[in-house]
Design a protein. Structure first.
Length: 236
């Protein structure tokens, strides 16, 4: 039996869509509602207000779902530890073009008990499409930033486009979204430059950086005073 979590925007509800609960039991532990649900192919424990854990047999086909992040054996995801505060919802949303390293970063942060959101699909990801005008794209992201002041929106990018190209086209399967990765990255950077004065928008270059280094940079950047950060960037 392996343990998984889902951090991608909207993916949890989609994963559970059409799956029937065979048995459900709710208890209160440390003042939080903990709900155990039994499904046909897996179990779920929902620690209300914190996170939902999925327990899936090793030989289950569900294990290959791309939105599931494995946390098997990580003591931070023990229910008792969660109730004692082992996990932290950072309100950080990770965005960027395909191939830039979003999922790797989300996994690195989750490994350390820091919960981030892998994309704001409707509001941000789908704004970075060439069929949208520049005005519409920027307006959509600006609306998201304005309506979600507690969210910290982080755009990842690779300052060497050749590296991004090689990452994407070295994949076993390259889809249409992958092929647009460089154009998409340029749209992210343009959007950042247009909205960079928003205190909850950040840009991080992942070139030649290990996942741990990128994670540390994101945590540091999203907790710095925004004006001091801007001054430091301008001085560079």
């Amino acid at each position: 039996m392996k343990t998984y979590i889902i951090l991608k925007d909207g993916a949890e509800s989609n994963f559970l869509l059409g799956k029937s609960i065979l048995k459900k039991n709710t208890v209160f532990m440390s003042g939080k509602e903990v709900t155990l649900e039994k499904y046909d192919l897996f179990y779920s424990i929902n620690v209300q207000g914190v996170i939902r854990l999925f327990y899936i047999p090793n030989d289950s086909s569900i294990e290959n779902n791309k939105n599931l992040l494995e946390v098997t054996g990580n003591r931070k995801y023990n229910v008792n530890n969660i109730l004692q505060g082992s996990l932290k919802n950072t309100n950080i949303v990770i965005e960027g073009s395909d191939g830039v390293g979003k999922t790797t970063l989300v996994k690195e942060l989750a490994k350390n008990g820091l919960l981030t959101q892998d994309r704001a699909v409707e509001e941000v990801t789908r704004s970075m499409k060439t069929y949208r005008s520049r005005k519409e794209r920027i307006q959509r992201v600006e609306t998201y930033l304005r309506n979600n002041p507690s969210k910290k929106l982080v755009f990842l990018y690779l300052s060497n486009e050749d590296v991004l190209y090689n990452r994407v086209f070295s994949r076993e399967v390259v889809d249409e979204f992958d092929k647009e990765s460089i154009i998409s990255q340029r749209l992210y950077i343009d959007t950042y430059n247009a909205l960079r004065n928003y205190p909850n928008l950040f840009l991080v270059d992942c070139l030649d950086k290990a996942p741990e280094e990128i994670a540390n940079k994101v945590i540091q950047l999203t907790n710095l005073d925004r004006q001091a950060t801007r001054k430091e960037e301008d001085e560079r």
